[in-house]
Design a protein around this ligand. Structure first.
Ligand SMILES: [Zn+2]
Length: 166
């Protein structure tokens, strides 16, 4: 194979490749690709490009502390939920969980936190369940509501820490 940039020979390589993905620099190691022996341009064939994309996703997840697809599946199974039930628990759209579990999309950091909270305790799952039953807004206890209402009406509210150190 010939380099599309300079016309020299391409060689098979497994060297680390550094790339930017969603604003994060990631290093992917051990993925087969071709590299030009003169200009160092990197090329992929179809199968290699798929492997590279998967490896970039995995490196991005690791760099950002996000659960891997099989970890999400394992947590869902531990909670004894099917994908629909898990979706409604987390308040995410139809087919989202199947896309996470197949690695086709990557969950946000905030949703990742939610999944970890659900995995951490049954109480959290129950809280999320109640929230899902209310259209995914956390039910606020009456006492908390009235306390907040009282404070927001007060004329002597002091906001601390908004204007730098004291
Ligand atoms: Zn070249």
């Amino acid at each position: 194979m010939i380099c599309a940039e300079c016309g020299d020979e391409l060689e098979k390589s497994y060297a680390p490749i550094e790339t930017a993905f969603r604003g994060t620099m990631v290093v992917v190691e051990g993925v087969e690709h071709f590299v030009c022996r003169s200009c160092s341009e990197v090329f992929f064939n179809g199968g290699q490009a798929d492997d590279f994309a998967d490896a970039v996703d995995a490196a991005y997840r690791r760099a950002n502390g996000l659960l891997a697809p099989d970890e999400i599946r394992r947590i869902r199974k531990q909670l004894r939920m099917n994908q629909d039930e898990f979706q409604s628990l987390l308040g995410v759209g139809k087919t989202t969980v199947s896309r996470w579990e197949s690695g086709r999309i990557i969950q946000s950091k905030s949703t990742d936190n939610l999944i970890r909270l659900a995995a951490a305790s049954r109480d959290n799952v129950e809280l999320l369940r109640k929230s899902a039953a209310h259209g995914n807004s956390f039910p606020v206890q009456a006492s908390a509501r009235s306390e907040w209402a009282g404070r927001s009406k007060s004329r002597n509210v002091t906001l601390i820490g908004l204007h730098g150190e004291r």
